[in-house]
Design a protein around this ligand. Sequence first.
Ligand SMILES: Cc1ncc(COP(=O)(O)O)c(C=O)c1O
Length: 424
Amino acid sequence: MFQELAVLVVRRSYDSREPRIITDMSRRAGSRKSAQFTESVIREMTRLSDAHGAVNLSQGFPDFAAPEAVKAAARDAIAADINQYAVTWGAHPLREAVAREFSRRYGIAVDPDEQVTICCGSTEAMMSTMLATVDPGDEVVVFEPFYENYGPDAILSGAVPRYVTLHEPDWTFDFDALAAAFNDRTRAIIINTPNNPTGKVFTHSELTAIAELCCRWDVLAITDEIYEHIIYDGCRHVPMAAIEGMADRTVTLNSLSKTYSVTGWRVGWAIGPGRLTAAIRKVHDFLTVGAAAPLQAAGVAALSLPDSYYEELATGYQRRRDMLLALLEPRGFVCFKPHGAYYVMTDIGGFGFADDIEFARYLVREVGVAVVPGSSFYHDQVLGRTKVRFTFCKRDETLNEAGRRLKTMRAPVSKQAHGVVGSP
Ligand SMILES: Cc1ncc(COP(=O)(O)O)c(C=O)c1O
């Protein structure tokens, strides 16, 4: 494979009059690793949305303002010339704030000097954690549907993913299927709660069952908890690190992105036991050196917002969720009501399209609404063939405009008749 990709060309070298055969690296498609995954479908949908002037309900970034106090803190930090590299694993005040808030909320002691690494978003925190903890050939258990980064994260770190399906409508998993995915090659399990794209909030008993397997097989839990505060219907976020026996084998990832509506700032973190943090910090240092220093300073202000901020955040998103559901259901989308995060997975089988890709393409080009095809969240792409994901982290005007455009669609013959030919 490696040899096939290399293109041999004849070139005249500078130091000889004789032509010599060299490998023209510029003609190679890329590494074997990079050939195993595609560009992000989610980010691609945003580009398509812009090209077609569509309402973008694909990528999860808010189109409303970030909290004024947080923006002011960023402006102040630049005015105060906080312009140079922060300590590579994060400015001390931000590490302290991250540790303080996690301990305050969940009663878990965190040492900011030994257990917190500030990264360029939770995206980099995940990549650094995987590279720091997983060896090539190690197996990593991943629930599907999954946030699409986890696939490339596994490939880049050389991990072999083992997928376990979350089943709609309530996205539960079969414990025996999960148990069967663990063996003595298993190094880690990736958990995302509240979950993108399903909106599932893992319960205490589900996490306890996962924890028992982690302890039995000596496996790490890498938990992506970036929607921690975006949670509805009285559900409660349970961090994996709080489950008995897990504090010493969990790396918790989080970021400013979703909680403070600053997805472009790229400030996130990993909290983990000291021995793992030391490894994560080394990888992080050589990947990025560090996250933007003035925005780390602003992060301290963000993490100091009062509890009422988080209550309003959740209430506001629950209202938007209900608004989007009320726009989609009458159009014939079968919606799986989310209990957390800011996405709605829908079944579009009744519309009669060949698959989710054709449907998403039709929606962005002809209706003017961008969504994410469901198959991009699955390893077994058949499972996503009749699904698309909408996000609702948008202003009311944006959601209403999407609703107005969706009214131009002909509703399917039968809402529940998945796969029955409707009318594109
Ligand atoms: C589950 C999940 N993890 C991570 C990210 C990326 O987060 P960050 O902006 O902190 O890199 C997203 C973004 O949509 C996400 O949904």
